[in-house]
Design a protein around this ligand. Structure first.
Ligand code: ZN
Length: 192
């Protein structure tokens, strides 16, 4: 984020504090605008990441043709409707078709899409589409389960509820057995 943008966010935050009836010069708040600007810079850094750069050099030719699953990937994002956090876990799978991706890249792809203003439905689809485009696999599956602070702290105040979204592409959409295998793996409890 440019210095000018950071300064603008600082002054917007100062105005916000004032509109909330606060004294932005009191001790506890004096540095809040600059902290908020830095926080937003961090929480939206996904906008500035480049997909090609992210996955570059991490795609390998391989004949492995069984399901690859990465489970319980933690993520944090901001809901674009309320600017409040939503966070949870993603389970991501694909079946290679000649190409595999370095495992550490999968959480990074998720981070790239979660570190921006989001809705969970779109984020789920974006992660699936990106892997599908990059790997041209036999199929991709993404399940995201998240708690939304806009639901838990305000409005209906349902603290225990979470939202689940999924995107199934290729063989995961077309073949019941493949989809079930993935869902069974996701349901397995952690063994370690
Ligand atoms: Zn929301």
């Amino acid at each position: 984020m440019t210095e000018e943008k950071m300064k603008n966010i600082e002054s917007l935050t100062k105005s916000l504090l004032k509109e909330l009836g606060e004294d932005s010069n009191r001790e506890g708040l004096i540095k809040t605008p600059s902290r908020v600007a830095k926080t937003w810079e961090y929480l939206t850094k996904g906008y500035n990441q480049n997909v090609e750069k992210l996955i570059n050099n991490a795609i390998f030719s391989e004949n492995y043709d069984q399901m690859v699953v990465v489970k319980d990937i933690e993520f944090y994002s901001m809901c674009e409707h309320h600017l409040l956090p939503f966070f949870g876990h993603a389970h991501i799978a694909y079946i290679p078709n000649g190409k595999i991706i370095g495992l550490s890249k999968i959480p990074r792809i998720l981070d790239m899409f979660s570190r921006r203003l989001q809705v969970q439905e779109r984020m789920t689809q974006e992660v699936a589409n990106m892997l599908n485009d990059a790997l041209e696999p036999k199929g991709v599956a993404v399940i995201i389960e998240a708690q939304h602070m806009c639901m838990q702290m305000r409005g209906v105040e349902k603290r225990q509820s979470y939202m689940s979204t999924s995107a199934m592409l290729g063989i995961f959409r077309d073949d019941d057995k493949t989809r079930k295998e993935f869902l069974d793996i996701v349901k397995l409890r952690k063994q370690f």
